[in-house]
Design a protein around this ligand. Structure first.
Ligand code: UTP
Length: 473
């Protein structure tokens, strides 16, 4: 039998070992291996080996000309109230015109949470135990009703969780959304390699492939046809958020409006860092471009620097992974000469030895390549960063316990519900942090932000007493 040309290509690239056990495989397994191999861009792997894996590949971080990125302060912190009002009106108009879609990146592994299944199927709310996907679906649905235009929702999955994610939505009747409104697509994969750049096999017939990071969403949006669909629907504004943060105002008119009014290609929300060493990315400006520098890369002296006039942290703007992207910009990033850089992550990667026996490494034996969505910022024209109160937008479920855990997330939801109720005249007992002593819950279908909650609450002829178990829907 002739050797498939793909195998020859791998041989020429010094990766022929991927097919070392090819002749031991069944015809079906051979086809599966060839299909996996076809996903790999050998030139890209070669480039990454030469740039990221070579001995003299430094950290690569250039700190020259670095300064904090400018951002728009909230009106209550001294920002321009009129400009915020104009932004909100513009955002609302864009929503009424059907220009906006929601986009959730849900291709992660959720290793830290240690939950078996797509993270979006994890229950998070205080009383009803609604899952993350359920909360987002109700927010998308409620915002669509409010602005008189159903909102399309794009969800990026991984090869591993695509099937279970789709099945979950089907089993839950898309949480009241139309099936045609919810779009799933898989993100791309990259092969794991040895520190020398040799592609690792997972078994004799499978390559050690893994998701290419949330930055992979830009090319996956293009490759999957999602951008074409948006174009057909007249959608040019994509509201990006992560699957683990149920507090997020995924459809935020003021944010959308700032993006539109400034002609921004990629906009971001910042929160003031809680303390100098908080583990968030930092919005910085360098040679006229916006960039995000991870806490692990920004020297401590920068993280702790104080603004002499105000006494506040100089690099105070923390990134919470909430963005708005222009669809043409996504297309350009996916197809043009600009592309996102890859980052290396040294990991323990289950593989096989030269005889084909399984190897379970106890220390890092290989490298995975990932892209980060915030690396698109320096390529974006007129990027805008706006301030947002952490309590209204950010409480992710990352860890099983402690910081950013299900417990802290429930408490933050309770504080938010209590805040909305109090702002509208209800009596709610709370401790000094604003936490009520009993569980209450507000369905996003009742209110999904301050404004929609106020509307719904003020329409109630008889206001319920705020007590343990109150559920507003
Ligand atoms: P995280 O950085 O929290 O990673 O992802 P993770 O894989 O979910 O969790 P850990 O680190 O294994 O515990 C942030 C967001 O980016 C998405 C995740 O689903 C989450 O919404 N993501 C991450 C992807 O969509 N694809 C990826 O390849 C990585």
């Amino acid at each position: 039998m002739a050797t498939p040309s793909l195998i020859q290509e791998f041989e020429r690239a010094g990766q022929g070992h991927v097919f070392a056990f090819y002749n031991d495989l069944s015809a079906q397994e051979q086809q599966a291996l060839l299909a996996e191999a076809a996903e790999i861009d050998l030139a890209e792997v070669d480039h990454l080996t030469r740039t990221l894996l070579s001995k003299d590949a430094g950290s690569g971080l250039d700190l020259s000309g670095l300064s904090p990125a400018p951002y728009e302060l909230r009106p209550e912190n001294g920002g321009d109230a009129e400009a915020w009002a104009a932004a909100k009106a513009t955002g609302e108009a864009a929503l009424r015109a059907g220009r906006v879609a929601a986009f959730t990146v849900a291709g992660g592994q959720g290793t830290r949470l240690g939950y078996d299944g797509p993270k979006g199927t994890y229950p998070v709310t205080p009383i009803k135990q609604k899952t993350l996907f359920h909360v987002f679906a109700e927010k998308v649905r409620a915002a669509g009703t409010r602005y008189g235009k159903p909102i399309h929702w794009f969800i990026m999955t991984s090869h591993v969780n695509h099937g279970p994610t789709e099945a979950f939505f089907k089993a839950n009747a898309y949480f009241g959304l139309a099936e045609t409104q919810v779009h799933f697509f898989r993100q791309g994969r990259m092969p794991a390699v040895t520190p020398e750049g040799k592609i690792l096999l997972e078994t004799k017939g499978t390559i050690a492939m893994s998701a290419d990071g949330h930055g992979g969403s830009l090319r996956a949006l293009d490759r999957s046809g999602a951008l074409d669909l948006m174009e057909k629907q007249g959608i040019d504004i994509l509201s990006y958020f992560q699957v683990d943060n149920p507090l997020v105002r995924g459809i935020d008119p003021a944010f959308i409006g700032w993006h539109v009014l400034r002609g921004s290609e990629m906009s971001s929300k910042m929160v003031a860092k809680a303390y100098a060493g908080e583990k968030v990315g930092h919005f910085c400006s360098q040679h006229g471009k916006n960039i995000v520098i991870e806490y692990s890369d920004l020297p401590k002296s920068f993280q702790e620097e104080i603004e002499p006039t105000t006494g506040a942290l100089r690099y105070i703007a923390g990134s919470i992974a909430i963005h708005i992207l222009d669809t043409k910009f996504i297309r350009r990033m996916a197809r043009g000469s600009d592309s996102l850089p890859f980052h290396r992550a040294d990991k323990k990667i289950p593989t096989i030895d030269a005889a084909g026996n399984p190897v379970k490494p106890d220390k890092a034996n290989g490298v995975k390549f990932e892209m980060f969505v915030f690396d698109a910022l320096p390529f974006a024209a007129k990027p805008v960063v706006i301030e947002t109160p952490r309590a209204d937008d950010f409480s992710p479920v990352k860890n099983a316990e402690g910081l950013d855990s299900p417990k802290t997330c429930v408490d933050d939801q309770l504080r938010q519900f209590a805040r909305w109720l109090k702002a509208n005249g209800a009596v709610v007992p709370t401790d000094a942090t604003g936490l009520p002593p009993f569980p209450i819950e507000v369905s996003p279908l009742f209110g999904y932000d301050e404004d929609s909650f106020a509307n719904a609450w003020n329409k109630l002829v008889t206001k319920p007493a705020v007590a343990a178990g109150l559920y507003l829907e």
